[in-house]
Design a protein around this ligand. Structure first.
Ligand code: AMP
Length: 407
């Protein structure tokens, strides 16, 4: 099949110029599929994950049709997203793709002073991207005018429903003009999404890009069996060996994140950290520094595991393997984006064999065991026997078997 070109999607010349300025040469499958349909005015339900170029797939048709007449102050497009980070990221992509035109995009989300957002909205904007809670807040304060809306986007719809935004989303959609276009992007399409589409979309064109979504399949994935006491030592050795261009080190808790950050900072340069307890402003700053390559190592909780696009990430290190298999997929999906190469390492303690097996079942492949020359991270100096002390930690049966199998 001949490779699609942006020129054949129906975009106007000024949008094509913006695409060229952004350095995009060929449309990704989700862009080639969604853009022409959206430009034709159809509602679209697209199944696609982050990393597939889905943001530009909905942003480009929006900016292509925005009316920039100065008399229109109210937003013409509303993009709902599950997290603050994603709101900032979508805003960044919208700005990148509309730099050659005077198109404004305001991001509104919790954790940021509402007054500034009110000012920005009052000043006038073409697009608004935000989290459902904060958008509703603006609706109830009457600081956002939805009467000019031509297009509403539900981005990462499954995630928004997962975290309980369904009533908020429905309330918002009921306030939007009926004649609007609705675009829905979701990594998965469970029945609840179909129901939402049935109720709030008009004869949506359904497209599934999950088959082309090979991000996780193309990433090399390894694990280490490691004794809990050796985890930091292993991390240090691994970072020394790999010398990553950029790495995210994922931890399960804020405490571990802080602790690992403190220790890493003493040994490596350009280290940052990010978790949900940090003020939004600090989180944004960290994200920006990481995206702009000022940080090389970012220690984080799953706060940034989902949806966030940092295209230079070469390594994902699961210092703690995630509790949920979905989080594993999201974490690992931070690397290997848009066809770039990536590698992921997971630290598995001997009693976590079953958790590793669950992840392997979820991604339908076995992780390879990695080794560091002359070093066994699972081994610790045996303690001097105590007369009535506790037994040394035992491998769970599953973990032990795996360890022996050398998988
Ligand atoms: P997304 O799936 O929207 O999070 O996009 C993933 C990354 O791919 C972002 O950094 C985009 O800027 C980038 N991107 C989107 N479309 C293209 C394209 N057609 N060519 C190259 N990079 C792209």
């Amino acid at each position: 099949m001949a490779e699609e070109s942006f020129d054949s999607l129906g975009l106007t010349e000024s949008t094509l110029q913006a695409v060229r300025n952004a350095g995009y040469e060929t449309p990704s499958p989700v862009q080639a599929g969604v853009i022409p349909k959206a430009l034709d005015g159809y509602d679209v339900l697209g199944q696609a994950r982050t990393g597939t170029g889905k943001t530009a797939a909905f942003v480009l048709p929006i900016i292509d049709r925005v009316d920039t007449h100065p008399s229109i102050k109210a937003p013409q497009a509303l993009i709902l997203v599950p997290t603050r980070e994603l709101a900032v990221q979508v805003q960044g992509e919208a700005e990148k793709l509309s730099r050659n035109r005077n198109i404004r995009c305001v991001a509104v989300y919790g954790g940021q002073p509402i007054n500034r957002q009110i000012e920005q909205l009052k000043h006038g904007t073409h697009m608004v991207v935000g989290t459902p809670g904060r958008i509703l807040d603006h609706i109830s304060r009457r600081t956002i005018d939805l009467s000019e809306l031509q297009c509403v986007v539900l981005d990462e719809a499954d995630r928004m429903l997962d975290i309980g935004f369904r009533p908020d989303i429905e309330r918002i959609l009921r306030k939007c003009p009926q004649s609007r276009q609705t675009l829905l992007l979701s990594a998965t399409v469970p029945p609840i999404i179909d129901k939402l589409a049935e109720r709030y979309m008009y004869e949506p064109v359904k497209m599934d890009f999950s088959a082309q979504d090979i991000a996780v399949e193309t990433i090399e994935q390894f694990y280490f069996t490691v004794h809990p006491k050796n985890k930091f030592d292993l991390l240090k050795r691994l970072l020394q060996r790999e010398d990553p261009h950029q790495a995210i080190v994922f931890c399960r808790t804020k405490r571990t994140t802080d602790r690992i950050f403190q220790r890493l900072q003493k040994q490596f340069k350009n280290v940052g950290s990010m978790h949900g307890d940090m003020p939004q402003r600090a989180r944004n700053k960290m994200m920006k520094m990481f995206r702009e390559n000022e940080l090389r190592l970012l220690v984080a909780t799953d706060v940034i595991g989902r949806g966030i696009d940092v295209s230079g990430v070469s390594h994902i290190i699961n210092y703690d393997i995630p509790e949920s298999c979905d989080d594993y997929v999201h974490r690992v999906g931070r690397t290997g984006r848009m066809g770039k190469e990536g590698v992921a390492y997971s630290f598995v303690t001997p009693d976590q064999g079953e958790e590793l097996t669950r992840i392997e079942m979820r991604i339908d492949r076995l992780l390879k065991q990695s080794k560091i020359e002359g070093y066994d991270p699972a081994w610790i100096e045996p303690e001097a026997p105590k007369p009535e002390g506790e037994a040394p930690p035992k491998f769970s049966r599953r973990g032990q078997r795996r360890h022996k199998r050398g998988l």
